[in-house]
Ligand binder design. Structure first.
Ligand SMILES: NC(=O)c1ccc[n+]([C@@H]2O[C@H](COP(=O)([O-])OP(=O)(O)OC[C@H]3O[C@@H](n4cnc5c(N)ncnc54)[C@H](O)[C@@H]3O)[C@@H](O)[C@H]2O)c1
Length: 402
């Protein structure tokens, strides 16, 4: 364990919230930014401190600590979870370790933030949700990292749906399109192995859009009818551990054991119908998460590649001059915007992690269950399981377990 003297959090005079983070690559960097920035931008009841970062390689984790401003390092997550100077464990590892780390952290009395999808199986997610509920009785909180809820425009969309601005919901149309797997020579990283990732584009991208669609609509899905496909079944083995969406290939190949694409129709509890598409093969689409909702009084549309904007059509206006209009979601009374820049000075992807940290700090200080909770993560896991079951049964309509 190394203990460098790093500046580890904003000096706000507030009581500290000491974070211990496991995993330091893509999400590790994004979460570091969130923890580092939240207390400097928002007026928080506690001051997040970047206390300890954990990775299995001592040199690499030290380099990550230096780069992102963490005060100490560990090379074994069990040691991090047991430390007295850690209040909250932030899990930024692949899905196969989420349950084990989260359960140990909750048992050790820590608050937990766990990246999505909550787990690799419904059984794991059930155990995690149970443990989180018990821990809540001891004043601990647990949240899952569906950060796209925290784009100001999606938060505004949810508010507008709840205010009745689109009326009774009829359609939800969601897609999450990437293209980093188009090249068949892209190596077989952990995201392509079922034992590590749980599923492919379904758990990675599909989990996000299931959560976001339900969150904005304000209701749950009741059942799904699905197709999944693995286009490239064998890929070169990676030379070294991958990071994020990048990797280098070496000799030899291995089997892809997850879906490359998942497409499904769904029914909401209210009777609204929905379509979902998640793929890593949409050539030219880099991170295109699109959401459209149509109600009997209006419509809303969002595109992550234009994340400061929300399109709104007010169907109650006279047809002569009605139409979709662009709301520039940068006003101080828009969600999360009170603490940022003047109107028109937009935000980006990274700010969702600042907002995530902000909301979690408030939940810890208030002693209340944050959203999305582990129970919410479990519900999404059940949707993913229903999608897989339906796809295995030739798309038969599959109700989502309650
Ligand atoms: N919210 C989002 O937008 C978003 C985006 C990407 C990934 N994710 C999720 O975040 C998680 C991590 O994905 P990533 O893209 O950061 O992956 P990554 O490959 O970039 O990083 C994974 C990290 O975990 C570490 N790690 C793996 N097993 C470990 C272990 N047993 N002990 C300690 N460290 C371990 C690796 O060394 C690496 O630092 C996944 O659950 C993924 O689905 C979320």
């Amino acid at each position: 364990m190394a203990q460098p003297q790093a500046s580890a959090g904003a000096d706000t005079g507030k009581p500290p919230l000491r974070v211990g983070m496991v995993g330091y690559a893509f999400m590790g960097a994004a979460h570091s930014q969130g923890w580092r920035t939240a207390g400097r931008v928002f007026d928080l009841p506690l001051s997040p401190q970047l206390a300890v970062i954990c990775g299995r390689n001592a040199d690499a984790v030290q380099a990550a600590a230096d780069r992102h401003g963490w005060a100490a390092t560990e090379t074994e997550w069990r040691a991090l979870v047991e430390r007295d100077d850690v209040d909250l464990v932030d899990i930024c590892t692949p899905g196969d370790s989420h349950a084990e780390i989260a359960l140990a952290a909750l048992a050790a009395g820590k608050h937990v933030l766990c990246e999505k999808p909550l787990a690799n199986t419904v059984a794991e997610a059930e155990e995690m949700a149970r443990a989180a509920e018990e821990a809540a009785g001891r004043g601990q909180v647990a949240m899952v990292g569906f950060n796209y809820r925290r784009v100001p425009a999606t938060a505004l969309a949810r508010r507008m749906v709840a205010e009745g601005r689109i009326g009774t919901l009829r359609h939800v149309r969601v897609s999450y399109l990437q293209d980093w797997l188009v090249d068949p020579q892209f190596p077989l990283t952990w995201r392509l192995r079922r034992e590590q990732a749980g599923s492919g584009s379904l758990g990675d991208l599909g989990a996000h859009i299931v959560d976001l669609a339900q969150h904005v609509a304000g209701e749950h899905l009741a059942g799904v009818s699905a197709l999944t496909e693995t286009f490239v079944k064998e890929r070169p083995l990676p030379t070294a551990p991958s990071s994020g969406l990048a990797a280098v290939s070496a000799a030899g190949t291995g089997q892809v054991t997850v879906d490359d694409a998942a497409v499904f129709t769904a029914r909401f509890a209210s009777g609204a119908v929905a379509t979902f598409e998640a793929t890593r093969y949409a050539t030219g689409r880099k991170n295109a998460l699109r959401l459209e909702l149509n109600g009997d009084r209006g419509s809303l549309a969002f595109d992550l590649e234009r994340l400061n904007e929300l399109e709104y059509h007010d169907g109650t206006e006279p047809g002569t001059h009605s139409g979709f209009r662009r709301i520039l979601v940068t006003e101080p009374d828009h969600p999360y915007l009170e603490a940022w820049w003047p109107p028109g000075h937009g935000l980006g992807y990274e700010h969702t992690f600042v907002h995530q940290a902000r909301d979690l700090v408030h939940a810890v200080a208030d002693g209340r269950t944050p959203e999305p909770s582990f129970a919410d993560g479990l519900q999404v896991q059940r949707v993913l399981a229903a999608v897989e079951e339906s796809a295995q049964k030739n798309s038969v309509y599959t109700p989502i377990a309650a």
